[in-house]
Design a protein around this ligand. Structure first.
Ligand code: GLY
Length: 364
């Protein structure tokens, strides 16, 4: 059982700091002035962040360094090796060298693909993450995971490679569409459930709204950064950050491969968390009362789970690709209470199938 691992983690005192809050861009401006060897900066953004966020970022770029943008299409479909190749070609045309800098300005797709591109370009280009969505500020943009999808299998190709600094300016959230807000909220609830019971109670009382986030953002980020600090390469503890993702990624992959309007990552994770809460209960890791409370709160916020568009066999098939599996066996991170989570738990296929059927999945 694990809860709130290291309360003393300090964002600013790290070699690769996290600047979070209203002054984050000012801190980035100061940090950039200290980077004496940078002669060019490339900014990776998507069409939306190029319009809404890039003009704000450009105001803190040093006037002495040329800055050029690379714009990709928004959405999970951009997380492909083909898009990586296009970005590598652009970096090469721009003569970006190893001492230069890539700034990833966007949501989780931009930080995932940008971090991966940087980690492989010239065997390692320095990069900065400037997350602009709730998902990226609370999860994807923090902690060094990078990657692209392969044949709709989520993050099949990737690295763990840490940004030089991470810059979370909440002002960027003002232009975030509602659907993207909800997507990020799923990771916020996840952090509370795995490691911070007081955060859970605050979310139950106040919801995940722009007002409550203004107070809670650093606390949410701290849950993730403490875990990453202890186990950066996911040998053990970091697997708790994958609560909800064994089922969530399987549903997301199925949705990406079959739907014209696929579920967002957060919608998939919210469904995954409710189903994995039920699995935690059936595996006798979690009490009935806690499981009921979690499922009631999450379904109130994200809607009730209805898997009638999915078949048990499809979901189980995608789950075989989960990175946490060992020796061909499905291993899950499951709740042991509100605010604590355990990992590497073997779950029998019959238990998973039974729970999927309970939530309406087709029996084939
Ligand atoms: N998003 C899960 C992790 O960073 O480990």
């Amino acid at each position: 059982m694990h809860s709130s691992p290291t309360p003393k983690y300090d964002f600013l005192q790290q070699e690769k700091p996290v600047y979070s809050g209203a002054d984050a861009l000012t801190r980035l401006e100061r940090w950039l002035t200290l980077q004496k060897n940078v002669s060019r900066i490339a900014v990776l953004c998507d069409r939306h962040t190029a319009q809404d966020c890039l003009p704000i970022l450009l105001k803190v770029m040093p006037s002495s360094i040329p800055v050029a943008e690379i714009v990709i299409e928004p959405g999970e479909h951009s997380k492909s090796l083909q898009v990586c190749q296009n970005i590598w070609q652009r970096l090469t045309q721009m003569e970006i060298g190893r001492e230069d800098l890539l700034i990833n300005l966007g949501g989780g797709v931009v930080s995932d693909i940008g971090g991966f591109v940087a980690s492989a370009y010239l065997r390692g280009l320095r990069f900065v993450n400037v997350p602009t969505s709730l998902m990226a500020m609370t999860d994807a943009g923090l902690g060094g995971k990078t990657g692209v999808d392969l044949d709709h299998i989520k993050n099949r190709i990737g690295t763990i490679s840490f940004p030089e600094c991470t810059v979370c300016f909440p002002g960027f959230l003002e232009t975030l569409p509602e659907v993207e807000w909800k997507s990020g909220a799923a990771e916020v609830f996840k952090h509370a459930l795995i490691a911070d019971p007081d955060l859970w109670r605050a979310l139950v009382a106040h919801g995940c709204t722009p007002e409550s986030l203004a107070v809670m953002l650093q606390r949410i980020q701290r849950v993730k950064m403490e875990v990453v600090h202890i186990d950066p390469y996911e040998k053990g503890l970091r697997k708790i950050l994958n609560f909800g993702h064994s089922i969530g990624h399987a549903i997301e992959s199925q949705s990406l491969s079959s739907s014209t309007v696929p579920l967002t990552h957060g919608q998939s994770v919210a469904i995954g968390m409710m189903i994995e809460t039920e699995i935690s209960l059936r595996m006798q890791k979690l009490s009935n009362g806690e499981a009921e409370e979690i499922i009631q709160v999450l379904s109130h916020y994200f809607g009730k789970v209805n898997l009638s568009d999915y078949s048990v066999s499809d979901i189980l098939k995608w789950m075989r690709y989960d990175k946490k599996n060992q020796k061909g066996e499905v291993k899950m991170s499951l709740l042991t209470g509100i605010g604590s989570c355990d990992w590497n738990i073997s779950v029998d296929e019959n238990v998973m199938a039974d729970v999927l059927l309970h939530y309406g999945a087709k029996n084939k």
